[in-house]
Design a protein around this ligand. Structure first.
Ligand SMILES: [Fe+2]
Ligand SMILES: [Fe+2]
Length: 507
């Protein structure tokens, strides 16, 4: 080997090592969809400018921009959290790139290419429609990703047998990857998360695992499908003040939502937010902390008003007032209205119990105080998770139109906590004892068990009269029952299913 050849090999090797060192930690993904704009974000291993170029597919629109990253210290690792065999990234602080492309055409496809650190990534996105047309979205929750779940099959609880030691037949990594593969095949325009994305929000390796599934080597569906989310209790986990907010800082940095504009502190501007997409209005709520003064009005007995940054949601809270204003506006526009929250108001699972009932401290039942408001404004569906099963409740009431006339209303409530974490099914309580309730409607009781293998509700419609909600494609109904209500204009019918589960964790 002569000197020249050796030098060439050295240069090639150094270039390869350099490119490898500055790899994408999270490949480019699209955020905050609008009729005329889209945000592109990604994470790199090392510092250095990037470029993003876009080109209208089938048209002449195009542009490019240079991005300067910031050192994203909120994505750092605690010293105690740097020993994970199934974790595939160095424990270093990444660099975050972000660019909001503006001046785009509505309902138009664009191809984009990101070049950064010697790497190139291309994909395409579609801007939001300005007018009514059918579209599909998928909503699910409770992926609760963590690297140590790879290859680990844990016990699958049997509600009929407390002593059962049966195991899940696949692990969480396989299960979640299977779900994202199904999502891609269904080609949704939006993917909505109803919370509990990573197992522990404050733990960086759990978020790394989340993005490995969504903008990484397992799948990059977030590169073309905008993700939107409501935070779950796991985003505030663990619940000590600093650790909880550490989790929320990661969550709020990974995502970019439309600021709500409510008179709330800066760090609450994106904890609840709105998206208008064609003829649909999606309202994302943060219902992670209720009133400490009464367990029946709280959703997390570990989070406290004095120290937690989660916005409250009772009637005089800013979030509630914001919600009512958005509902009124969306109703005036004749839009479909969808609520996305983590806590599910009606459930046969663990969190359908009331706080302090059989040790429950994370009950979703306090959120039922929103039901009358949602019925009054004709909300189509409330999509939630928290209990890791599939459920559908139907509540009937009365919508009051802007002109004062009334209309029979039906509110569909879904628990879609089936993304990837263990599915525990309904709880087995010998006797349902209701010692206290602020619930405006009756309580669904536990029902029999069944199986179900899909995870989403989707809609294709152009007017409210032609809405079609698509329940999971397969599955057997455990039960369907109608219940009398404490308020005579409402009744609840309820369908509950437990799905083919992956692994189990806390919820
Ligand atoms: Fe949860
Ligand atoms: Fe959960």
């Amino acid at each position: 080997m002569n000197h020249k050849t050796a030098s060439l090999i050295t240069v090639v090797l150094l270039t390869a090592l350099s490119a490898s060192a500055n790899a994408f930690r999270v490949t480019p993904y699209v955020q905050r969809p609008a009729t005329n704009a889209m945000t592109i974000m990604w994470l790199m291993q090392e510092d250095g400018q990037g470029t993003v170029a876009w080109q209208e597919i089938g048209g002449t629109g195009r542009g490019s921009a240079t991005t300067t990253p910031r050192l994203a210290t909120e994505f750092s690792y605690l010293p105690s959290q740097t020993n994970y065999p199934n974790h595939f990234l160095p424990f270093t602080i990444p660099y975050q790139h972000r660019h909001r492309i503006t001046g785009l055409k509505p309902d138009t496809r664009y191809r984009y290419t990101v070049t950064c650190g010697g790497r190139t990534y291309s994909n395409q996105f579609r801007t939001a429609p300005a007018v009514a047309r059918p579209f599909r979205f998928i909503c699910f929750s409770d992926s609760e990703t963590q690297p140590e779940s790879t290859g680990y099959k844990v016990t699958w609880e049997d509600p009929q047998d407390n002593n059962s030691s049966r195991k899940y037949f696949i692990d969480q990594t396989t299960g979640y990857a299977s779900n994202t593969a199904v999502i891609v095949r269904r080609s949704p325009e939006l993917l909505l998360f109803a919370g509990d994305l990573a197992e522990m929000g404050s733990k960086q390796v759990d978020w790394d695992e989340f993005w490995r599934h969504n903008a990484g080597p397992i799948n990059d569906l977030a590169g073309s499908i905008p993700f939107l989310a409501s935070p779950g209790n796991h985003e505030y986990h663990d619940y000590f003040t600093e650790a909880g907010e550490m989790g929320m800082r990661k969550y709020l940095s990974y995502f970019e939502f439309e600021p709500n504009g409510a008179p709330v502190p800066e760090d609450q501007q994106e904890r609840f937010h709105r998206l208008d997409y064609g003829k649909a209005t999606f309202l994302f709520l943060d219902l992670n902390n209720g009133l400490d003064s009464d367990p029946a009005k709280d959703t997390n007995l570990y989070l406290h008003e004095a120290t937690c940054r989660a916005p409250l949601f009772h009637e005089t809270s800013e979030q509630y007032k914001w919600l009512e204003a958005q509902l009124a506006d969306a109703q005036r526009r004749g839009n479909f209205i969808f609520i996305i929250s983590h806590q599910c108001p009606y459930s046969v699972g663990y969190h359908g119990r009331f706080n302090n009932e059989n040790g429950e401290a994370l009950s979703g039942t306090a959120t039922r105080m929103l039901t009358p408001l949602l019925l009054r404004y004709g909300v189509t569906a409330w999509l939630a998770g928290h209990d890791e099963l599939y459920e559908h409740s139907l509540l009937h009431g009365e919508e009051i139109r802007p002109d004062g006339s009334t209309n029979a209303a039906s509110l569909h409530v879904y628990d879609v906590g089936m993304a990837g974490d263990g599915l525990r099914g309904q709880v087995r309580l010998p006797t349902r004892t209701r010692t206290r309730s602020s619930a405006p409607t009756s309580t669904p009781r536990k029902s029999g068990r069944t199986a179900c293998s899909s995870m989403a509700a989707s809609t294709t419609a152009t007017s409210r009269s032609t809405l079609r909600l698509t329940p999971p494609a397969t599955g057997r109904r455990a039960s369907r029952r109608s219940m009398s209500s404490s308020q005579p204009t409402r009744r609840v019918s309820h369908t509950a299913s437990t799905a083919a589960p992956m692994t189990t964790r806390s919820s």
